[in-house]
Design a protein around this ligand. Structure first.
Ligand code: CP
Length: 302
């Protein structure tokens, strides 16, 4: 059984195959009839132990566009609240003849653990601070669409790198595709092992913007902070928040990305989020085609 657990485990060829498959599905999604019969014999369970808007709806829509049968599970109103374990929960769902599981969980490694203990394809929809592979794929696909290629491009990932699964999956994905990667944020929000990841490190956000072709801006993940980190949101926005004046000063156009949800006025102002440089909503649009491609390729291997 094949899985998509993280970008670390897949090759550049795998990523290129996902992109070529997503190109075809993007064409389909631009037609009046957006549905194809590819997964009509497949049943998929979306199992979410953590909140989500984009990822959950995007997977559900991708599954429906592929004609799969879909069930949705949210831990907050389930028998997990009565003490049922992850494996028992998923095996009960699978006994209803479910073929694939898309899972989001707050614990890093939860989908890897699940994949070793159940008989179904597992797709990681975000595991704590670890990886968010489909987000990195849709981000790199969006850069490729906007700039023609990812290879040779300079991408700055700006914000809370320490708590971000988006940052780690993006670093792996962009490096496999031949991009140069910089991380920028307060030193307190960078992981201690940052030097082992082969990225440039910058603490001055204006210098990061000057260096890059693409700025992928991340949210401060207060929900993952066990202790109160420096800086506060107000301090963060003062020293690292991006506004239009900073972009106007560059004398070049850079692409602005954000995985969402945005904290407007903290990591970026509305004049940046909604400005001419932003491809934030194109990222969301591309998420459906990318997730169709991932599900199609995993199901095809059965
Ligand atoms: N980008 C992302 O994962 O958003 P959600 O948490 O809303 O799914």
């Amino acid at each position: 059984t094949r899985h998509l657990l993280g970008i670390k485990d897949i090759s550049e060829n795998d990523i290129q195959l996902i992109f070529e498959t997503a190109d075809n599905f993007k064409d389909v999604l631009n037609r009046p009839i957006k549905k194809v019969p590819s997964l009509r014999d497949i049943t998929i369970a979306n199992i979410f132990f953590e909140n989500s808007t984009r990822t959950r709806l995007s997977f559900e829509l991708a599954e429906k566009r592929l004609s799969a049968d879909v069930i949705n599970f949210s831990s907050s109103n389930s028998s997990v609240k009565k003490g049922e374990t992850l494996i028992d929960t998923v095996n009960n769902i699978l006994s209803m003849k479910v073929d694939m599981v898309v899972m989001r969980h707050a614990s890093p490694g939860a989908p890897h653990f699940l994949s070793k203990n159940i008989q179904a394809n597992v797709v990681n929809a975000g595991d704590g601070t670890h990886e968010h592979p489909t987000q990195a794929l849709l981000d790199a696909f969006s850069i490729r669409e906007k700039l023609g290629d990812v290879a040779g491009k300079k991408v700055a990932i700006i914000g809370d790198i320490l708590h971000s699964r988006v940052a780690l999956s993006n670093i792996f994905c962009l490096q496999k595709l031949g991009a140069e990667v910089m991380v920028c944020g307060p030193i307190t929000l960078l992981p201690k092992h940052i030097d082992s990841l082969g990225v440039k490190v910058e603490y001055d956000v204006q210098k990061a913007l000057e260096w890059c072709d693409v700025a992928n801006v991340l949210r401060i993940q207060l929900e993952r902070q066990q202790i109160k980190y420096f800086p506060s949101l107000r301090e963060y926005s003062l020293y690292f928040g991006i506004n239009k004046k900073m972009l106007d000063r560059l004398g070049k156009k850079i692409v602005i990305m954000h995985p969402g949800p945005i904290n407007r006025g903290v990591e970026m102002n509305s004049d940046v989020a909604d400005g001419e440089h932003s491809i934030i909503l194109q990222q969301v649009e591309n998420g459906v085609a990318i997730r169709m491609a991932v599900l199609y390729l995993l199901a095809g291997a059965k």
